[in-house]
Write a protein that binds this ligand. Sequence first.
Ligand code: PNW
Length: 464
Amino acid sequence: MPAFPENFLWGTATAAYQVEGAWDEDGRGPSIWDTFSHTPGLVANGDTGDVACDHYHRLEEDLDLLAGLGVGAYRFSISWPRVQPGGRGPINRPGLDFYSRLVDGLRTRGIAPVATLYHWDLPQELEDAGGWPHRDTALRFAEYARLMGEALGDRVDTWTTLNEPWCSAYLGYASGVHAPARTEPAAALAAVHHLNLGHGLAVQALRSVVAPGASMSVTLNLHHVRGVAERDADAVRRADALANRAFLGPMLEGAYPRDLIDDTASVTDWSFVRDGDEAAAGQPLDVLGVNYYNPTLVRLWDGADVRENADGHQDGAASPWIACEDIDFVRQPGPYTEMGWNIDETGLTELLLRLHRDYPDTPTMITENGAAFADVVDPDGRVRDERRVDYLRRHLTAVAEAIAAGADVRGYFVWSLMDNFEWAHGYAKRFGIVRVDRDTMERTWKDSAHWYRDVVASGKLPEA
Ligand code: PNW
């Protein structure tokens, strides 16, 4: 059975809006996700994050849950509007106090805090001023990063600037299925740039104030793109440029890929990129966070047959894939998770090896991996989720294979610690290894939580 390195970091992950609740308490300002979820018709079942998992009021219980799992690290996010309600100005002390207690509670239990500064909950006031397509948002983000670094920088082991800027830019501003629900392709590409810039400025700001040993990172949901056939190579290249190299280029190499600029020329002239921006985005990173769920399959589409749009968008509706009208995102063979995402761990091994080849000096960490399933609850309360155990086992084996082949992978975080608010899908999609009863908020370990605790304790995968 594959083994993992001695100091491999085992963890679980959550995000503020998905678990905290307490949306209007202790001076928290509204975020774009409050606005989105409070708009009828945008989230399944009319669900909102108003209460979520009530984590804000159950901090001690959830810290004990983490301790029981035995994890070495916990990845959480800080809600920007909780600590800086309008996205600018002084810190909201009661909001900061929550994260201070969280960080201290983790450290007391021997769990390393991995803090993400932005997991999609932009203060609504900043969206009203233009949002991520607007340059000032990047500057405000760096200021917020500095404030958090000053307040928590002696106690946080790893800082992650952004979670999945792909989603923020393309789902938020191009397809509009995420907040702030805008469908403006040119604005989405401007958002890409200001997310890249904000990341780099935030890393600079953090480095100047936090403990010297703290690690700097960003988390990207990189797409492992494959073509149906040889003739689809250019579709693969373009999807890879838009989804992956649009962020990897500036963040890890200090420059946008030329082909991305050319591919999107009909949408924008990229004049929002100013001299020095790309270098500012390209700050040295200690570790690159990778979120992986499934690979992406594309083919060139000539309009002759029906296309499949496996990314979920309808023909004629706004797509997150800007300037890819002639590319078909092909539905892949199952089995599928409850999200309709196919299960294929081979993409993870290949992705990790590609990153190792392209960026040999930057270690990686799997900051999210997991699956939504409709779990079976026995009359005695036991939650059977063998499909989730199988998903996790497959993907951890894939990670071990990448490590055996030379990739420098430092850790793995299950998405998610507990069932939570799955964005536009609401509470219907359950990703947790711990079940949350929506009526009582009671937490129950699923079989996968027991399984994961054993993996963490032994540092290896048990026999199937
Ligand atoms: C990620 N897509 O979201 C997020 O980081 C988590 O907050 C989320 O709960 C988790 O994955 C599961 O969805 C994604 O459409 C949302 O490609 C959508 C996509 C990818 C990631």
